[in-house]
Design a protein around this ligand. Structure first.
Ligand code: KIV
Ligand code: ZN
Length: 456
């Protein structure tokens, strides 16, 4: 059973709640790869799946239980004997294992979904925890939809399940309905009104339907919760679960305020997030906190100037703390002279004040036409064209035509304008994009490199 601590236990449900949401299903090999990375990340608990849901889920939980060492391996089970026995069987090879059993406790769930009475549900919960304890020492009970559950009934069911040996009681905001203050109060009320609550760890499991899963979880921590259920990149049912990286970095960054710790190795965060993206093919929004592409990128001149003078002016965490090499100063139309000259310096250019001014003007002209200015653009500006008013080295696309299909050879015809002249050429390739690159290469003698490619 988990010990009481002032650390927040990080219970990762990426492979269970996360995996069950549309677009995120993974095969066993992928689940094993991700579970191994979660162990490297040093999460406390990995919820590996729901063994009764399918043979595939059973096998995944079983394989993870066999091979992943470090975190506790948990399996989910409804408050039913069959589910619990199957879960126990899947978890058998794990050194540290937990059965996580749940039942809906709100009026909506009891009356409309299960068509039962409260006393029947109470009995189900008691029997489920008792049965799970016959298999393992570490049992978690979840009162599904706790936020919409009548308080007296919630206290009673928590007391009864703790009495039966549940070492963790989970308070899910299943439908993402709570507001942070309200959710914090709920945890405080549970602490006050469940007589044996000190025998269990209070856990929370917040969904993000109103965008408050992380705030709600932290509010719960401030009121005594010591386990947070969360998922990498915030994936999960509907709008997802509380995002693991946001919870962890909030606890680390605001330890002064929250006064708790986490065991997670934060330098593995970025890698874990990217691994999930590459396994599922589901991208994250660029402005996603902590792991989005822009989370450590600065484009505005004022911000870049500040960060170059002293990082803490506009950064509250270091990129290294999540495993990123460095922040990114994106050169674009909002960038200022400071970032521009710093990048040139990094590229090895030492320009006179006059040349720097000219180059900066050219850079601003180009930045108005192009979203992001890359190092190669800077080299063109500085290397060849510093004294010219236009960009004679820049090609513009006039025309592109590609063809591909089953049984045909992918072909592309491209026309590029350079100044007053238009050049046209064709090429074949592995596919239409490759063929287009090859045609461009034939015209420009510039070898292109495909940096990113998505089909939706
Ligand atoms: O959202 C929820 O209530 C759940 C439970 C099974 C914990 O996922
Ligand atoms: Zn959930």
């Amino acid at each position: 059973m988990p010990k009481k601590t002032d650390n927040v236990i990080i219970f990762d449900t990426t492979l269970r709640d996360g995996e069950q949401s549309p677009g995120f299903s993974m095969n066993i090999k992928e689940k094993l790869t991700l579970a191994a990375q979660l162990a490297k990340l040093n999460v406390d608990i990995i919820e590996a799946g729901f063994p009764q849901a399918s043979q595939g889920d059973y096998d995944a939980v079983n394989q993870i239980a066999k091979s992943v060492r470090g975190p506790v391996i948990a399996g989910l089970a409804r408050a039913m004997a069959g589910d619990i026995d199957r879960c126990a069987s899947a978890l058998k090879p794990a050194r540290k294992k937990r059965i996580h059993t749940f039942v809906g406790t709100s009026e909506q769930h009891i009356k409309y979904q299960m068509k039962k009475t409260k006393s029947q549900v109470l009995k189900m919960a008691i029997n489920a925890v008792r049965r799970a304890r016959e298999h393992v020492r570490d049992v978690e009970f979840s009162a599904m939809d706790a936020v919409r559950t009548e308080m007296r009934f919630l206290y009673d069911i928590l007391e009864a399940t703790i009495e039966q040996g549940a070492g963790t009681v989970n308070i899910p905001d299943t439908v993402g309905y709570a507001i942070p203050d309200e959710f914090g109060q709920l945890i405080a009320q549970i602490k006050e009104n469940v007589p044996n609550i000190d025998k269990a760890i209070i856990s929370v499991h917040c969904h993000n339907d109103l965008g408050m899963a992380v705030s709600n979880s932290l509010s719960a921590v401030m009121n005594g919760a010591r386990q947070v259920e969360c998922a990498v990149n915030g994936i999960g049912e509907r709008a997802g679960n509380a995002s693991l990286e946001e919870i962890v970095m909030a606890v680390k960054t605001r330890k002064d305020f929250l006064k708790v710790g986490v065991q997670v190795k934060t330098r593995e965060i970025y890698k874990t997030s990217r691994l999930l993206v590459s396994i599922t093919g589901v991208l994250i929004q660029p402005n996603k906190a902590i792991v989005g592409e822009n989370a450590f990128a600065h484009e505005s001149g004022i911000h870049q100037d500040g960060v170059l003078k002293e990082r803490s002016t506009f950064e509250i965490m270091t990129p290294a703390s999540i495993g990123l090499k460095k922040n990114r100063l994106v050169l674009g139309k909002h960038s200022g002279r400071h970032a521009f000259s710093k990048r040139l310096e990094d590229l090895g250019y030492k320009l006179s004040k006059e040349d720097l001014n000219k180059a900066f003007e050219q850079f601003k002209l180009l930045a108005d036409k192009k979203k992001e200015i890359f190092d190669e653009d800077l080299e063109t500006i500085v290397g060849e064209e510093i004294s010219e008013e236009t960009f004679p080295g820049v090609f513009e696309l006039e025309h592109i035509q590609t063809s591909s299909g089953t049984g045909s050879i992918p072909t592309a015809t491209v026309s590029l304008r350079k100044g007053d002249e238009v050049f046209t050429d064709s090429a074949i390739g592995d596919g239409p994009v490759d063929a287009a690159y090859r045609a461009i290469e034939r015209i420009t003698s510039i070898k292109g490199r495909l940096m990113s490619y998505n089909i939706r």
